[in-house]
Design a protein around this ligand. Structure first.
Ligand code: SF4
Ligand code: SF4
Length: 366
């Protein structure tokens, strides 16, 4: 019998708990997996590159080695940016099977497809190669995650009869025409949709204080993440909502949200509209902390700089920047403007320019 997904909440393994040495805290992760499994969450999503290539191994230890294979569904992703030949596909896929110990992948994705990577996929016949894995039973469903424009998506979507597609969706991004078009396109083709970044890398869970107040007035304290998750959960065509969980509290909160989602009625629509008005009043860098831009050759922690930049814009406290610069391993003023980072950013952030803006503010605060 085909395995069924037992919760619309999927466990994203890209922001796992880490210890003081930045290593994955396996004991905590195991406890989180146990809590998830006990509460009917059986969909786990990892990728070759997550946690500096350690997420797949952690999933093996915390999940694959501890639960019967038929009890969970595992999604893994092919890192297109390292593929330089057809042989690389085979080699990488086998490495992933070995790292996870999973035997097969219930869901397998071409990771972070964009215009350049569509070329890679076509050049190295990647879809054909993966169709063989489907035939061998090593992949049960084939799809892709996507970070580019609706135009690129429309061009690529016809390359295969995809079993699913993973898109970045949340109420903040859905305000933009291009994201809306992507969603409508996938829906119109009746392709099941996996949602990533439902709280935009945590931004919608801890957003600007004015927006938090709006949510609090409507639904009570600490409901920001719940509102964001309930929104995507209500969208037609969505089969799973992935949340990158970093601690037990988030696991429990998310379980509660999916057990009792906020209804997307008029009140919710109005609340979201007011929240967006408050958020848009601030100048924010749209960073989701995915870390695809890393490592920076001079060692700048790019997502951290943008987190600080956003915080500063919200609270206008100069200590936010001053304290960061004091503690940062590498001062963002060291940026050499090489631009290596910008080409990898799925949010198309002009990273060197935004870092330069940050540095100009820091300079003035000196
Ligand atoms: S432009 Fe600056 S932040 Fe980006 S990779 Fe180069 S040095 Fe690092
Ligand atoms: S700057 Fe772009 S690539 Fe880097 S972490 Fe933020 S969203 Fe990801």
């Amino acid at each position: 019998m085909e395995k069924q997904i037992t919760s619309r909440l999927g466990f994203g393994c890209m922001r796992l708990p880490v210890d003081e040495n930045k290593e994955i805290d396996m004991e905590q992760f195991k406890a989180m997996v146990d809590c998830a499994m006990e509460n009917g969450i059986n969909y786990f999503d990892t990728a070759y590159g997550y946690h500096s290539e350690k997420s797949e191994g952690a999933v093996k230890t915390a999940l694959v080695d501890r639960y019967p294979r038929e009890r969970f569904l595992l999604a893994d992703k092919l890192p297109l940016w390292i593929i330089e030949s057809e042989e690389d596909v085979e080699k990488t896929f086998n490495t992933q099977l070995e790292r996870t110990g999973a035997g097969y992948f219930d869901y397998y994705l071409l990771h972070a497809v964009n215009k350049d990577r569509v070329e890679t996929i076509r050049k190295f016949n990647i879809v054909e190669l993966l169709k063989k894995k489907l035939a061998e039973g090593k992949i049960k469903r084939l799809g892709f995650s996507f970070h580019d424009t609706a135009e690129v998506l429309e061009d690529f979507i016809g390359d295969y009869n995809w079993d699913f597609i993973q898109l970045q969706l949340n109420y903040y991004d859905m305000e933009r025409e291009d994201y809306k078009q992507q969603y409508e396109l996938v829906k119109s083709r009746n392709i099941p949709l996996a949602v990533m970044e439902p709280v935009r890398g945590g931004f919608l869970a801890r957003t600007v204080p004015e927006a938090q107040k709006v949510i609090e007035a409507a639904y009570g304290e600490n409901k920001s993440a719940s509102l964001a998750l309930s929104y995507v959960n209500s969208l037609e065509g969505v089969y799973i909502v992935l949340s990158g969980m970093s601690n037990m509290e988030q696991v429990k909160d998310n379980i509660n949200t999916f057990a009792n989602p906020i209804p997307m009625d008029e009140k919710a629509q109005q609340t979201i509209a007011e929240v967006l008005k408050e958020i848009n009043a601030f100048k924010v860098v749209d960073c989701t902390k995915c870390e695809y831009c890393m490592p920076c050759p001079v060692g700048i922690n790019i997502p951290k700089v943008f987190e600080i930049y956003n915080k500063y814009e919200m609270f206008k406290s100069e200590w936010i920047i001053k304290d960061y610069i004091k503690e940062a391993e590498v001062n963002p003023a060291e940026c050499i403007g090489c631009g290596v980072c910008a080409s990898s950013c799925p949010q198309a952030i002009a990273i060197p320019e935004r870092i330069a803006e940050f540095n100009a503010i820091a300079e003035k605060l000196k």
